[in-house]
Write a protein that binds this ligand. Structure first.
Ligand SMILES: [Zn+2]
Ligand SMILES: [Zn+2]
Length: 338
C-alpha cells in the first residue's frame, strides 16, 4: 500500500509500505478516505515543527471506513464511516489525572510523533475511533478534528451567550472558532489582513470584520464594544504583537486564549493583567471534544464545507502543497483523498 512520507525536512514522497495488521484485540483497521492538510503538517514538511521526528507519515485530520476489527471490538460494524482522534496519552500523569490528557507529559500525536493518516490503511485503538453520520462526505468528515480545536479554544475562553468575542485570524481555525462562537451565542469580531477571508467570515456570521492592514484592531474593537473591550479574545494569528494586542483589547474580567507555538517574546505589562484581572490561557489540541463536534456536524449546525476549497488525489500531494504555498491560489482547507 501507499503512504505520504516526509523523510526529512523539505522532502515529501509517496512510499510503498506493508499493510498494517491488527495485533491487539481492541484495535481497528481503517481504510483512510480523506485527510486535511494542516499548518502543522506544513511545518513538519519545512522542518519547523520542533515536536516532529523523521521520517514521518503526516496527517492528523482524517476520516475513513472500518475494514476490520479486533475480537474485543463489538460496537462497530465493517463499513462504518468514522473519524479518528489523533492523540494518545498515558492516563497516569498529573495532566491526564486532571482531565487534561491533551497536554499529557508523554503525549503522542498521530502524524507528528507517530505515523499519521496519510496512508491507505491505519490501525488505531477502538477508543480513538468515532462514528459519524453516513450522510457526511469524507472530506467534510476530515474537518471534525480542526473543529475540535475550535471547540477547545471556545471552551478554554469560556465563551458565553452575549459575549463579545474577538477572533484574530480568518484561516480555517479562526473561521471554525467563529462558527463555534456563533453557535454559543456570542457577538463576533474577526480580524485578518485578507479581504477575501474576511468576506467569508462575514458570510459565516461574523458581526464585524476588521482588516488590520488599514485599521488598528484595538481602536476598532473599543469602538465596536463602546469602550468595554472584547470579553474573550482568541489569537489564531499567533504573532508576538497580536498577543500584546489581545491583552490590551480584552475587557475587565475577560479571557485571552492563545494557540501559538512561537518562541518569540511579547512585551506585556503586568498592570493590564492585574488591573483587569484577565485570565490568559493556552489552548492545545482538544479534550474529549470529538463527540460534541460530530453531533454538531450530524445536525448540520456547523458548516465545514465553507472552509473546504481544494481537493487533490493523494498521489498529487506535491501539487496540493504547491497550491497551499502559492499566494495566487486562494486556499483555505486543502484535503487529499485516498
Ligand atoms: Zn491540524
Ligand atoms: Zn499523561
Amino acid at each position: 500500500m501507499k503512504a505520504i512520507q516526509v523523510s526529512e525536512p523539505g522532502k515529501i514522497d509517496i512510499i510503498e509500505k506493508d499493510m498494517p495488521e491488527i495485533k491487539e484485540n481492541h484495535q481497528v483497521l481503517i481504510k483512510v478516505k480523506a485527510v486535511g492538510i494542516c499548518g502543522s503538517d506544513m511545518h513538519i514538511y519545512h522542518g519547523t515543527n520542533p515536536m516532529a521526528t523523521y521520517p514521518r507519515i503526516i496527517g492528523h485530520e482524517f476520516s475513513g471506513e472500518v475494514k476490520e476489527m479486533g475480537s474485543k471490538v463489538s460496537d462497530l460494524n465493517i463499513g462504518d464511516k468514522v473519524v479518528i482522534e489523533p492523540i494518545q496519552f498515558c492516563g497516569k500523569c498529573y495532566a491526564c489525572k486532571s482531565g487534561r490528557s491533551n497536554v499529557c507529559e508523554s503525549l503522542k500525536v498521530l502524524g507528528v510523533h507517530k505515523d499519521g493518516g496519510m496512508q491507505e490503511y491505519i490501525v488505531v485503538p477502538r477508543k480513538k475511533v468515532h462514528k459519524i453520520d453516513n450522510s457526511i462526505e469524507w472530506e467534510k468528515a476530515s474537518m471534525v478534528e480542526p473543529f475540535t480545536i475550535a471547540a477547545q479554544s471556545t471552551w478554554r475562553g469560556n465563551v458565553k451567550k452575549g459575549d463579545y468575542v474577538l477572533i484574530m485570524g480568518a484561516g480555517p481555525i479562526g473561521l471554525g472558532i467563529l462558527q463555534y462562537s456563533k453557535y454559543k451565542g456570542a457577538i463576533c469580531i474577526v480580524s485578518d489582513i485578507n479581504d477575501e477571508k474576511l468576506g467569508l467570515a462575514k458570510e459565516l456570521g461574523a458581526d464585524y470584520i476588521v482588516n488590520v492592514t488599514y485599521k488598528d484592531i484595538v481602536k476598532e474593537t473599543l469602538k465596536i464594544t463602546n469602550n468595554m473591550g472584547a470579553n474573550v479574545t482568541i489569537d489564531t494569528a499567533c504573532l508576538p504583537r497580536t498577543f500584546e494586542q489581545c491583552v490590551e483589547v480584552t475587557s475587565p474580567a475577560g479571557r485571552v486564549v492563545v494557540l501559538g507555538f512561537s518562541e518569540e517574546t511579547s512585551n506585556i505589562p503586568q498592570v493590564l493583567i492585574t488591573k483587569k484581572e484577565l485570565t490568559i490561557v493556552g489552548s492545545r489540541l482538544e479534550t474529549d471534544k470529538f463527540p460534541e463536534v460530530i453531533d454538531l456536524f450530524n445536525k448540520g449546525i456547523l458548516n465545514p464545507e465553507y472552509l473546504l476549497t481544494h481537493k487533490f488525489d493523494f498521489k498529487d500531494i506535491k501539487e496540493a502543497i504547491k497550491a497551499i504555498e502559492d499566494p495566487n491560489t486562494k486556499t483555505n482547507k486543502v484535503v487529499v483523498t485516498f
